[in-house]
Design a protein around this ligand. Structure first.
Ligand code: B1M
Length: 213
């Protein structure tokens, strides 16, 4: 079995220990670098995302695989990259969170994991995040993109408040703001002056790549 196939199998089977072991032994034997491993994992996640969009797999499969990948990157690949001094190509820096008044985390975490496995630096602020915190963090890490998730009709308006906070501080032009979450839409994004809207995690990656080119 090739390295790509072994990785694909471990991700599909949610075999977190297996995936970590494949990555560790590959790095030890110098068969591939951590950046190469990230690229292979990114391709597998893109494939899984497409399968989800085409309804060939279901939400638990997607979440299970995303978690396995996220933990492997956090615990094995990122430390290896830092140790070796190897440069991880950063596709961009994204601050992401669920807006104030909203505790829903899963969709936002999925978007964050997909961005991370596609080479983005992701700063996940968690849930119930006030507008000022999004802006403070974006300033602190010199982000290019702010991603706002809202799952409640009642919390959608807090997405607008983040944009208003940016305007108030004279920072609106500095950031691309994207919004998402089940009750939101392209029309809503336009209405509040966001730079884009994504229906799911795959679209969010594509949208941010487009916005940053
Ligand atoms: Co709540 N909940 N919930 N809930 N919950 C919904 C959202 C709801 C639709 C259920 C319903 O009534 N049918 C409804 C909202 C109705 C509305 O306002 N339109 C609802 C409600 C009402 C509530 C409470 C108010 C219930 C109550 O207490 N009376 C309460 C809210 C409390 C609060 O937030 N203040 C509440 C609480 C909860 C739980 C805590 C029990 C739990 C959340 C646990 C957690 O997240 N850690 C929960 C859950 C699990 C759900 C449902 C069942 C599932 C949400 C989910 O995780 N989906 C949900 C019903 C449903 O969606 N069928 C529901 C899976 C996830 C992968 O999809 O989050 O849509 P999703 O994310 C997608 C896209 O939306 C998009 O990409 C993701 C991946 O494809 N996306 C983005 C999301 N964020 C994005 C950001 C982007 C781009 C794309 O860019 C930045």
């Amino acid at each position: 079995m090739s390295l790509d196939e072994k990785i694909k199998e471990a991700v599909f089977e949610w075999d977190e220990d297996g995936l970590k072991e494949i990555c560790r032994s590959t790095l030890e034997n110098k068969e591939a670098t951590a950046v190469n491993l990230l690229k292979i994992i990114g391709t597998v996640m893109q494939f899984i995302g497409k399968q989800f969009e085409e309804e060939e797999i279901f939400l638990p499969d997607l979440v299970g695989s995303a978690n396995v990948v996220k933990n492997t990157i956090d615990e094995v690949l990122d430390p290896a990259i830092k140790e070796s001094g190897e440069t991880k190509e950063t596709a961009g820096r994204v601050v992401i969170g669920t807006v104030e008044g909203d505790v829903h985390s899963i969709g936002k975490d999925l978007v964050g994991s997909f961005l991370f496995s596609n080479g983005f630096e992701v700063y996940n602020l968690g849930e119930e995040v006030p507008a000022s915190k999004f802006v403070d963090k974006a300033e602190e890490v010199n982000a290019q993109v702010i991603g706002l998730s809202a799952l409640l009709t009642m919390s959608m308006d807090f997405q607008r408040q983040v944009i208003e906070e940016l305007e108030k501080r004279g920072l609106r032009a500095k950031y691309k703001v994207i919004v998402g979450g089940a009750p939101t839409s392209e029309e809503w994004a336009g209405q509040i002056g966001a730079d884009g809207w994504a229906d799911d995690a795959i679209e969010a990656v594509t949208l941010i790549k487009e916005l940053l080119t």
